[in-house]
Design a protein around this ligand. Structure first.
Ligand SMILES: Cc1ncc(COP(=O)(O)O)c(C=O)c1O
Length: 386
């Protein structure tokens, strides 16, 4: 079978695929169909937290596969309860809703804050402020929340009840708060639009304002979560406690799992029948997530920071680079040449590098070795200098 031909013929063209047919992998190495090995600086898009075919994760997933692959959410299963307890204990959130993806986790967030506000105030208090250049998913509600007009072409009409504010401008955000606002939703590092962290002071001002006004603060940690920035969740760097965070991507280390974590105010908002999912919190995905989460500890976070600093030190002042942004192992590199072109050149030279808008984006497995990083940096610097 010609896989690329079959893919091009039968799969909807929603992805501009790179000319690369992956076959297998181990750790931060991915092997293509011809047996050529690549160093992976993308881990999917921040999904394979401990790289490809991570042995403890395989063991945890396999053990659950032999017990039970699925049961309706109308019954109790151990991995889901165990994972929810771990997440609450590690964060201080009170309740978890499990979904299958980032967009679905954000759907839950949108419904939860609206229900809270509708019940406590009036149905009109249901607008959510998000930021310009944000990305919250591709379902209709999360696309409505996404503050990128170019992504809105073709898909209207959109959901009412979203307003977009420019990032890092607290005065303008405040002027949008007219009594109809139930929540503010932020990515602390805008990932898809170029790995741009929000200013700490701006985030703290918003958190304080939300507290005063009983406006709920949602932090979208779909990309920043699960150790990626050198803390379990990125909000922990900012010294705030949101009312709700969402996460997905790395949560189950490569299996589809997302969740919304609900704080004190929202802990009783979701009631039977108000929300649900057939697969959300599936036992196999939950078992994978327990294996990942149990290894996301302080020594690992210190390593993430150290490796992030190493990459920065290697690339700062390197030829062809204008600027580096990001935290931990979530890095954006502004380059002199076109980022898409450079990512394809990287592939030819044996490293997998992502892009985000006009930047290269690095989201390597958190356990990438120093040797692999050193080789990858040599290759990347070579490509950038060409
Ligand atoms: C911040 C953020 N939110 C939401 C999503 C959507 O996640 P998913 O593709 O799992 O639906 C993404 C995906 O890139 C993301 O980066």
């Amino acid at each position: 079978m010609n896989i690329i031909k079959a893919d091009e013929t039968y799969i909807a063209k929603t992805y501009a695929r790179a000319p690369f047919l992956a076959e297998s992998g181990h750790g931060a190495r991915i092997i293509d169909a011809e047996g050529k090995e690549y160093i992976d600086l993308g881990s999917g898009i921040g999904v394979n937290v401990f790289g490809a075919c991570d042995p403890p994760w395989i063991a945890a997933v396999e053990a659950q596969l032999h017990k039970l692959q699925h049961l309706s959410n109308l019954y109790y299963t151990a991995p889901q309860a165990e994972l929810a307890e771990m997440l609450c204990m590690r964060t201080g959130f009170k309740k978890i809703f499990f979904a299958n993806s980032g967009a679905e986790a954000n759907e839950c967030a949108i419904k939860s804050v609206r229900k809270y506000s509708n019940e406590k105030y009036a149905p009109g208090r249901s607008t959510i402020i998000t930021l310009e250049n944000s990305f919250h998913g591709r379902t209709m509600a999360t696309l409505s929340a996404t503050g990128q007009t170019d992504m809105h072409v073709h898909f209207g009409p959109f959901l009412n009840g979203f307003k977009y504010a420019p990032a890092n401008d607290f005065a303008t955000l405040k002027t949008l708060c007219d009594g109809t606002i139930c929540a503010i939703m932020l990515e602390l590092i805008q990932g898809e639009s170029g790995v741009n962290p929000l200013d700490e002071n701006y985030v703290k001002q918003i958190a304080e304002f939300c507290q005063e006004q009983d406006i709920l603060l949602i932090i979208d940690e779909v990309q920043t979560g699960n150790g990626r920035t050198g803390s379990l969740y990125a909000y922990q760097h900012y010294g705030i406690m949101p009312d709700l965070i969402t996460t997905a991507k790395g949560l189950a280390g490569g299996l589809p799992l997302g969740c919304a974590m609900l704080g004190e105010k929202l802990s009783n908002t979701l009631t039977p029948g108000s929300h649900g999912s057939t697969f959300g919190g599936n036992p196999i995905a939950a078992a994978g997530a327990i294996s990942i989460l149990s290894r996301l500890d302080e020594p690992l976070f210190a390593e993430v920071k150290r490796k992030g600093n190493y990459i920065r030190a290697q690339l700062t002042d390197a030829k062809g680079i204008k600027n580096i942004t990001g935290i931990g192992l979530m890095l954006g590199i502004e380059t002199e040449k076109d980022a898409k072109f450079l990512s394809l050149e990287c592939l030819k030279h044996g490293i997998i590098v992502l892009t985000a808008k006009n930047k290269l984006r690095l989201l390597p497995p958190l356990n990438i070795s120093d040797k692999e990083l050193a080789i990858a940096m040599q290759i990347l610097k070579g490509v950038l200098a060409e």
